[in-house]
Write a protein that binds this ligand. Structure first.
Ligand code: SD4
Length: 322
């Protein structure tokens, strides 16, 4: 399925276009390849990240600065109530955040999960990558490390109070804690190198301690500088069981376009998963040549792309089951 243009973006008209994109279902065919730096991100709010990331690259910033800058702004705004500290709370009523960052050259990576009270999980992930000998930190240790490296924070409540709040919420009838979304951002710089990052509060109402796909390399995000990068959003449990983004990159390595690879992996998971296509999973992919694509299992999936020509809000329909 070829991504379709929802709206023609200009930075100044960005907010208007986001609104327009939300209610416009048709449009002309979008180019799916760009020359020069290109950034692509999940959901309409991803345009905030692609814009900033592209601007960072265009002004001579590094890939990692581009990824961090773009995602930090989405975290700051807590876009869609699903990223950052304003994101969806867990079953105990407070956000636990997941993020990771990957740099193509050298396959460097940093990841944090179940992070509490940290304003910019993407910066914490980058600090893990750059200032520790580890790849992934979780929970309390991840928070300590982030604090140690000066990532902005807020106070977190103590454990007994949280547990009490959780127990109370378990007794509430059908509390509405559903929903989920993630900013996943991929970038190809002017020198042909790739990087990616993602950040999320994860699935709303998740059990405290639940880790989704987003901070898991090869699940929510994968980057291979020889081939391309892929990112996911949706129900993490349906992504991480299949190492989905690793699979997408491997399918690109085998010769598929990013679009074909995203679609094929949705079909492959649906074919083998007891849930069939009712997976609520969406993917974006970008290859070394600046070609990009996206696919979703069972919903329309909007995403944002920024190139030297500007930003486009695109969308794909759910794949046709086969
Ligand atoms: C998670 N994949 O934690 C994330 C949430 C998400 O659209 O992306 N939802 O499962």
């Amino acid at each position: 399925m070829v991504p379709r243009v929802l709206s023609r973006p200009f930075v100044v008209a960005f907010v208007f276009l986001m609104a327009l994109a939300a209610c416009t279902g048709t449009g002309s065919r979008a180019p799916t390849q760009a020359s020069g730096p290109i950034t692509i991100a999940t959901w309409p709010f991803g345009a905030i990240a692609t814009e900033l990331a592209h601007r960072t690259l265009a002004s001579g910033g590094s890939r990692l600065d581009a990824i961090e800058t773009g995602i930090r702004e989405v975290e700051r705004q807590s876009c869609d109530g699903s990223v950052g500290l304003g994101g969806r709370p867990n079953a105990a009523g407070y956000p636990q955040l997941d993020a990771c960052i990957l740099d193509g050259p050298g396959q460097r990576a940093g990841s944090v999960a179940g992070l509490e009270g940290i304003v910019h999980p993407i910066s914490a992930a980058r600090a893990v990558m750059e200032h520790s000998r580890h790849v992934m930190l979780v929970g309390e240790g991840a928070r300590w490390f982030a604090l140690e490296h000066g990532v902005a924070s807020v106070d977190v409540g103590d454990l007994p109070a949280k547990k009490q709040a959780w127990q109370q919420r378990q007794r509430e009838p059908n509390p509405d804690r559903s929903g989920h979304d993630t900013v996943t951002l991929l970038a190809l710089d002017g020198e042909g190198h790739l990087a990616g990052g993602c950040s999320t509060s994860g699935a709303g109402g998740k059990l405290p301690g639940r880790v989704g796909d987003s901070p898991i390399l090869g699940a929510g995000l994968y980057v291979d500088d020889e081939v391309g990068a892929a990112g996911a959003t949706g129900i993490g449990e349906n992504v991480m069981r299949w190492c989905a983004t690793f699979l997408i990159v491997e399918r690109m390595r085998a010769g598929l376009s990013p679009q074909e690879a995203c679609e094929e992996v949705v079909h492959r998971i649906a074919r083998n998963d007891p849930k069939g296509y009712a997976l609520d999973i969406c993917f974006i992919a970008l290859d070394k040549h600046g070609r990009f694509g996206a696919a979703a299992s069972n919903q329309k999936f909007p995403f944002a792309v920024t190139t030297n020509a500007g930003t486009q809000l695109l969308s794909v329909e759910a794949v046709r089951p086969r």
